[in-house]
Design a protein around this ligand. Structure first.
Ligand SMILES: *[C@@H]1O[C@H](CO)[C@@H](O)[C@H](O)[C@H]1NC(C)=O
Ligand SMILES: *[C@@H]1O[C@H](CO)[C@@H](O)[C@H](O)[C@H]1NC(C)=O
Ligand SMILES: *[C@@H]1O[C@H](CO)[C@@H](O)[C@H](O)[C@H]1NC(C)=O
Ligand SMILES: *[C@@H]1O[C@H](CO)[C@@H](O)[C@H](O)[C@H]1NC(C)=O
Ligand SMILES: *[C@@H]1O[C@H](CO)[C@@H](O)[C@H](O)[C@H]1NC(C)=O
Ligand SMILES: *[C@@H]1O[C@H](CO)[C@@H](O)[C@H](O)[C@H]1NC(C)=O
Ligand SMILES: *[C@@H]1O[C@H](CO)[C@@H](O)[C@H](O)[C@H]1NC(C)=O
Ligand SMILES: *[C@@H]1O[C@H](CO)[C@@H](O)[C@H](O)[C@H]1NC(C)=O
Length: 910
């Protein structure tokens, strides 16, 4: 945040110090020197070592100590920059400063205490000359000397007022006051308090927990240039009269407040200095932004206009249009209009009128084509361009690369783009992030693209119709962090174009037509967290080099032709999701997996794994989903499985398992759990950000400054990997996997009786034991399966009657006991059982009663025993019962989303 102005100040300080050295006049007052040493002690409490240059050795020169500058005539300290001084290791120690520490510095003009984990500032600050006070990025919950106090409203209004009246006169010179990013609570006092600071030019209350109405006395702070209220709980009617009074405002930041009513931009028509207006309303539907009514001609030229997710110009069929005052703006640097239901054609004119744009973001609207940019235009400053999620339905202009030669980030995902991938994209030599996913782009990736851009970090082209090699022949990308080329028609072997991107974090090539072996160089990507190669035709074994992939969280190789077994040296302690479904793996289930004790889901379905279910599974205590279906596993189900208490889905079907069903299976609760953590698969950080640009407000010059420093420093951005859109969610019998719990033992060779403990699984949703050699009765305890939706016991040798209590299973929608030796009366045709047809019971010659045609001889016998069926015609239902665990089970759609679009923080204040 705003480092570079700080840097400037720092230079000034440095120059002053240098001048001081030259004069040999860096001595300072003894009184202030002692006060500084005390202050140092406080900052280092209990055992820190900050401020090493503050020591007695150069006792004469405290003006040359770090962070300090003195007046060169009086030798008094005028500036104390103690920002980010307290050691990080003390972050969790509750730390307050007594304001009396600062009393000796009578000429102090600038005090910066930002970033010190400060939870309290006690007593009064009495500093007549103080002009600038930064308390940003601390943990303050109240500042009593400014009337900012949260304790017990009614009583303290008086109390804090007295206090503030006393103290505020002693901060009468204050011009800049920032509490940005603290935890200040409560409402501002309606009189006194901040309103006493008549000379205030910069007031930042942003990112706190203030609530209540803004005091109307703020109207009197007519010198205010910067008013930052963002991310607070301020409520009440939108403070129109405040903004009407504060005509000098340049910078207005209103993101995520709770004001209600109409905010009309016409209020600002005469604010000729207005440069930045920023508002977002993602949690506040009660604030309506009005840009058209009454119409106005602005006297300002905005540099930054930012509106995200607000109800704008309500009452036009929920579709708004680009605010028309923008016709008069020609100096914009940042324009962001996101999630606003804006319709109409893409505003080519806005671009033409504002050739100095640095960032242009109009994502998540209803803008349509034509998307034509005059090929003679040049936007030399444009760095961020985002028109994603609009029905643009046009081609990317072929000259886009020369129109935006310096672009850092291009996002036109989900915009119905057609046509080819323009070769001129290769002219964007600086491009760091390219997202053209979810479009209808076709054709090859041009070679120019591979040759031109070598700074690309994020490449997302998923869900298009691209063909040919998945990276252009001859490309050599060296900085890739995230590559998502899934769901295209790429063919051939995986190209080496990314082989030199050793920092790669995520690679998704799924759902293409790639063949050949998995390249062993993938093992060089030491930081790879997500590798998804599913739904291709890759063959051969998993390369040994995968043993280097110690940071993998998610590995999906499903639906390929990969064979062999897993390399013995695999070591993936972070692995949470392993999906190897539908391949040709063989041998016993590899014991190297025991090292991945964090595994949440393991899908080995449809391979040729043989031998027994290993006992080491008992150490996989985090497992939520275990799918071993359709392999060649044999032997009995080990008791150790019962220790996997967190399992919600266990599928052992279509193997050759024998022996009895363990009684202890009820130790597994089969509770449906958010085994996908909601939808979040994981979070990871990449050393690049799609946010930005960063602007800061230089309060001395009164200008907004574009901060290049920020861009050049390495910012880490959190990326989230999600199970995304529901339509791509794989379902489990039509249910979203996340809501399911189930046990499938079908199609094995299990013998013995069904343990009555199975009936204690009162959270289970589906239970399938069909196609085994189970004998004995259906346990009456099954009436306790209160959540059960699907129960299949067909194709066994079960005998006895069907417990009539099963009619209490109100959730049951699929039921079959077909092809057993059950006898007696079917359950009453009530509740769910009234919906089941005869096929549910077929193949049990001794069953009788509705819906079967066979009538029971003694209808009143509730136990159903000793009832002989009347023979009747076999009903013509053949194989009507087809319910199995069919269909693909887990095909997760992976998407990477950046931090919430509307949370992006792209300017700061200094
Ligand atoms: C403290 O702030 C000054 C400007 O106010 C800046 O130059 C300096 O870099 C900051 N120091 C730290 C450690 O952030
Ligand atoms: C103090 O320093 C400033 C520049 O930092 C200079 O302009 C001014 O003349 C100096 N005053 C004296 C008294 O040396
Ligand atoms: C604000 O100014 C008006 C007019 O100058 C005055 O009547 C009012 O008392 C002031 N309010 C505060 C809280 O200072
Ligand atoms: C901006 O473009 C529109 C449409 O092309 C035009 O009417 C308007 O006058 C232009 N405004 C400026 C300031 O150039
Ligand atoms: C592009 O702009 C140039 C110069 O402004 C103009 O002469 C030309 O007619 C424009 N072309 C199109 C297609 O608008
Ligand atoms: C790819 O780029 C790297 C780094 O710039 C370079 O060392 C390497 O030789 C290049 N490889 C090819 C095949 O051009
Ligand atoms: C694995 O597949 C490859 C390529 O299809 C084949 O050459 C190899 O013999 C197979 N290995 C095993 C162990 O089946
Ligand atoms: C099942 O749980 C019971 C009670 O918690 C415990 O005594 C028993 O050892 C468990 N059985 C297995 C096989 O884990």
């Amino acid at each position: 945040m705003g480092y570079s102005v700080r840097e400037q100040v720092w230079w000034v300080v440095a120059i002053i110090i240098l001048l001081g050295l030259k004069d040999g006049s860096k001595a300072c007052l003894e009184e202030e020197r002692e006060a500084l040493l005390k202050l140092k002690e406080a900052f280092n409490h209990p055992n820190g070592s900050s401020l090493p240059s503050w020591n007695n050795l150069n006792s004469s020169g405290c003006c040359s100590w770090e962070g300090i500058s003195c007046d060169n005539s009086t030798q008094r300290v005028i500036s104390l920059l103690l920002n980010y001084t307290r050691a990080q290791e003390f972050e969790d120690i509750n730390w307050s400063l007594n304001a009396s520490y600062f009393l000796p510095f009578r000429q102090l003009q600038t005090l910066d205490l930002s970033g010190n984990f400060l939870s309290g500032l006690l007593g009064e600050i009495r500093l007549d000359n103080l002009q600038t006070l930064y308390l940003e990025d601390n943990k303050l919950t109240e500042v009593p000397f400014l009337g900012v106090s949260h304790s017990d409203n009614s009583k303290t209004l008086e109390g804090s007022l007295q206090q503030s009246n006393a103290s505020l006169t002693s901060l009468a010179s204050l011009r800049t006051l920032s509490f940005y990013k603290n935890s200040l609570e409560g409402s501002l006092p309606q009189q006194g308090g901040l309103c006493k600071l008549k000379n205030l030019k910069v007031l930042s209350l942003g990112r706190n927990k203030f609530e209540g109405h803004l005091p109307s006395c703020l109207n009197n702070l007519t010198s205010l240039r910067v008013l930052d209220l963002q991310y607070n709980g301020f409520e009440g009617p939108f403070p129109s009269s405040l903004f009407h009074s504060l005509k000098s405002l340049r910078f207005i930041s209103l993101e995520e407040t709770y004001f209600t009513g109409i905010a009309s931009l016409s209020l600002f028509a005469n604010h000729s200095n207005l440069q930045l207006f920023s508002i977002s309303c993602s949690n506040n539907p009660n604030l309506k932004l009005e840009t058209e009514n009454p119409p106005f001609i602005p006297s300002f030229q905005l540099l930054i206009f930012n509106v995200i997710q607000c109800t704008m110009n309500e009452g036009r069929n929920n579709r708004s249009s680009i605010p028309s005052f923008l016709l008069h703006q020609y100096d914009l640097r940042v324009l962001q209009l996101g999630y606003l239901n804006i319709s109409g054609s893409f505003p080519n004119w806005l671009l033409k009128n504002n050739t100095k744009l640095v960032s242009f973001k109009v994502g998540h609207n209803f803008l349509t084509g034509p998307f034509e940019l005059n090929s003679t235009l040049r936007f030399m400053d444009m760095q961020y361009f985002d028109a994603s999620s609009n029905p643009i339905n046009d081609e990317i202009p072929p000259h886009v690369g020369s129109i935006f030669p310096n672009l850092l980030s291009l996002n036109m995902s989900s915009s119905s783009l057609q046509g080819g991938f323009p070769a001129s994209l290769g002219d964007m030599k600086q491009l760091n992030s390219l997202d053209l996913s979810n479009n209808n782009l076709s054709g090859y990736l041009p070679q120019e693209f591979g040759k031109g851009i070598n700074d690309l970090r994020i490449l997302k082209l998923s869900n298009n119709n691209l063909i040919g090699p998945c990276l252009p022949v001859g490309s050599n990308f060296t900085h890739l962090l995230i590559v998502d080329l899934s769901s295209n028609n790429f063919t051939g072997k995986v190209r080496e174009g990314m082989i030199n991107s050793l920092e790669l974090r995520m690679l998704d090539l799924s759902t293409n037509q790639l063949y050949g072996e998995i390249p062993s160089w993938i093992g060089n990507f030491k930081h790879l967290g997500y590798l998804i190669l599913s739904q291709n035709s890759m063959a051969g074994p998993i390369p040994k080099s995968f043993c280097n992939l110690a940071e993998l969280t998610y590995l999906d190789l499903s639906q390929n032709k990969i064979n062999g077994t897993l390399p013995n040296c695999l070591n993936m302690p972070s692995l949470r999701y392993l999906h190897l479904r539908s391949n040709h793996f063989m041998g016993s289930i590899p014991s190297v997996l025991a090292k991945s004790s964090l595994l949440l889901t393991l899908d080995l379905t449809k391979n040729k794994f043989s031998s027994q279910i290993p006992r080491w599974f008992e150490s996989m205590l985090n497992l939520r989903v275990l799918l071993l279906k359709d392999n060649k596993l044999e032997g009995s189900i080990p008791m150790e499985m019962c220790k996997l208490k967190n399992i919600s889905i266990l599928d052992l079907s279509q193997n050759k398992l024998s022996g009895g069903i363990p009684h202890c299976l009820n130790n597994i609760t089969f509770t449906k759990k958010d085994h996908m953590d909601g939808t979040l698969l994981g979070k990871f950080f990449v050393p690049w950000t799609t946010r930005g640009p960063v602007f800061y407000f230089n309060y001395t010059s009164g200008d907004l400054v574009h901060d290049e420093y920020e861009r050049n420093s390495t910012l880490y951005e959190q990326q989230e990997v999600n199970f995304m859109s529901k339509n791509r969610y794989e379902s489990y019998e039509g249910k979203i996997l996340d809501f399911m719990s189930g046990l499938d033992l079908s199609n094995n060779q299990l013998t013995g009786e069904i343990p009555l403990e199975i009936g204690y699984l009162n959270n289970i949703h589906t239970l399938n034991m069909s196609d085994n050699y189970l004998t004995g009765p259906i346990p009456e305890t099954f009436s306790g399966l209160m959540q059960i939706e699907s129960l299949d016991l067909s194709y066994n040798n079960l005998t006895g009657h069907i417990p009539f209590q099963l009619t209490q299973l109100y959730s049951l929608s699929v039921f079959s006991v077909a092809h057993n030796n059950l006898s007696g009366k079917t359950p009453d045709m009530k509740n769910q059982f009234s919906t089941f047809d005869p096929s549910c019971y077929e193949g049990n010659p001794f069953l009788c009663g509705p819906p079967l045609q066979q009538k029971c001889s003694s209808i009143d016998n509730p136990s159903g025993r000793n009832i002989q069926p009347h023979h009747s015609e076999e009903v013509g239902f053949q194989d009507a019962f087809l319910w199995t665990f069919s269909g693909a089970f887990v095909v997760f759609f992976l998407g990477v989303i950046t931090c919430l679009y509307f949370n992006s923080y792209f300017y700061s204040y200094k």
